[in-house]
Design a protein around this ligand. Structure first.
Ligand SMILES: [Zn+2]
Length: 216
């Protein structure tokens, strides 16, 4: 008599959240440890700013523990994580691990979020959407008010560092449908801004929408 087959867990995780993030706007959502986050550049050449804060229940954990680009770089000895690397928190603990990267693989950790002052610096007059504003609006929704803006992880952003130490803001090399998947290593609130930068090459000149899926 054949043995009954061993019970197996389904290998493919299911999409449990699906956010269509309009150009120039932001989103906030919760993930549990082990969840996967898939970020898709829907039309190509679109950068997005990514932040994550450790949570417990509905609350942001205090003292704050959040994805820190500054703490990530010494741990991985690279300018930004690649497949298999984990972004670290300000307590140097893994918070997000890159599982799969179906993009040209540029994900900057140097550039501050765009903000009203940056647009003024680039010659814009009037009100302009910014990743900084998107961040603080989203943070407010989870009861988080910060007197500063943490360094974002700029997914798909191609701030190219030259061998002589200078850098060049290149347009993202990502094409329509390119995506990156990471795994949450702790329960977290995630904030994402579809960057509104249209005064230089950051988003190829024309900001577009992004898709954010959470899989479990
Ligand atoms: Zn921006």
């Amino acid at each position: 008599m054949p043995a009954s087959p061993a019970r197996r867990r389904t290998a493919a995780p299911a999409v449990i959240q699906d956010h269509h993030v309009k150009a120039r706007t932001g989103v906030v959502f919760a993930v549990k440890k082990g969840d996967r986050i898939r970020l898709t550049d829907l039309e190509g050449q679109q950068g997005l700013d990514f932040w994550a804060f450790r949570k417990w229940g509905d609350k942001v954990v205090r003292p704050l523990e959040f994805l820190s680009c500054e703490h990530t770089k010494p741990s991985i000895e690279r300018l930004f994580p690649t497949v298999g690397d984990a972004a670290r928190t300000n307590f140097r603990r893994p918070i997000m691990t890159v599982l799969e990267d179906n993009s040209p693989g540029e994900h900057d950790m140097q550039y501050a979020a765009c903000d009203p002052t940056r647009y003024k610096e680039l010659g814009f007059r009037g009100k302009h959407a910014s990743c900084q504003d998107n961040f603080h609006k989203a943070a407010k929704r989870i009861g988080l008010a910060l007197p500063f803006t943490p360094q974002p992880w700029n997914i798909f952003c191609n701030f190219f560092i030259n061998p002589d130490g200078t850098f060049t803001v290149k347009a993202p090399a990502s094409r329509a449908g390119d995506n990156l998947t990471m795994r949450a290593e702790m329960e977290a609130w995630v904030i994402i801004s579809a960057c509104p930068q249209d005064l230089n090459a950051t988003c190829g000149g024309e900001p577009t929408d992004i898709r954010v899926e959470v899989l479990r």
